[in-house]
Design a protein around this ligand. Structure first.
Ligand code: ADP
Ligand code: 5GP
Length: 201
């Protein structure tokens, strides 16, 4: 069974940077490319960062119940397609989802043993510096993201792990350690233990 890892963070915390690093060093993870109605940003590419679709297309997919979870974030729809779980299963990989707090809540209902990780910057100042360093957003968008951050952080109690992204290298190591530890949980080792026991028969 694939493990589903759900990662959420206020925008600018460093989540994309961390996940990119994690994916580069762990071939056992499949990144779930979401559907969104927002326009591509910077160097983002269709079907690589997101599947970009129109609002009517997204609403038709909701009506067909095609999403495992979906939410409206900062005025745009975002959603995870149901097919991605089967794909991870077929490829023998664990699934990595980058979704917001609302989506993480819906996912926990559908996939109760999903492992959730909340990432945050060490302070508001750090978050603001990072949002500016990324230089992708206009000032009003930065202010809106900062206002939204405290609200998102207050929801941290619903997550299994909390990662304060201070030093990037250490954070990548911690994230990789969480993934490794979850893979050897007793409840996920039953088959392997039975196989080993079989060699004693
Ligand atoms: P998110 O995906 O959470 O919105 P990004 O990954 O785009 O955030 O990171 C926002 C900015 O912060 C980027 O310029 C990135 O290089 C920088 N950043 C990420 N992690 C750290 C860190 N630990 N220390 C300092 N800067 C960081
Ligand atoms: P951005 O527009 O900055 O890429 O993402 C905005 C927010 O939408 C982030 O918090 C991101 O985690 C979230 N998001 C991205 N994809 C999905 C998704 O499929 N479902 C949900 N619920 N949120 C998503």
């Amino acid at each position: 069974m694939s493990i589903v890892f759900v990662v959420s963070a206020p925008s600018g915390s460093g989540k994309s940077t961390l996940l990119r690093r994690l994916l580069a060093q762990d071939e056992g993870l499949l990144f779930s490319v979401s559907y969104t109605t927002r326009a591509p940003r910077g160097l983002e590419r269709q079907d690589q960062d997101y599947h970009y679709v129109s609002r009517p297309e997204f609403e038709a997919a909701i009506a067909r119940d095609e999403f495992l979870e979906h939410a409206e974030v900062f005025g745009n729809y975002y959603g995870t397609h149901r097919g991605i779980l089967e794909r991870a299963q077929a490829e023998g990989k664990d699934l990595l989802l980058d979704i917001d707090v609302q989506g993480a809540g819906q996912l926990k209902v559908r996939v109760p043993d999903a492992v959730s990780i909340f990432i945050l910057a060490p302070s508001r100042n750090d978050l603001e510096t990072r949002l500016r360093a990324r230089s992708e957003d206009a000032e009003d968008v930065i202010q809106r993201r900062l206002r939204g951050a405290a609200r998102e952080i207050r929801n941290y109690g619903a997550y299994d792990y909390v990662l304060v992204n201070q030093d990037l290298e250490k954070s990548v190591d911690t994230l990789a350690a969480i993934v490794k530890a979850e893979r050897v949980r007793r409840t996920r080792m039953e088959q392997q233990v039975q196989r080993i026991l079989g060699t004693f028969a």
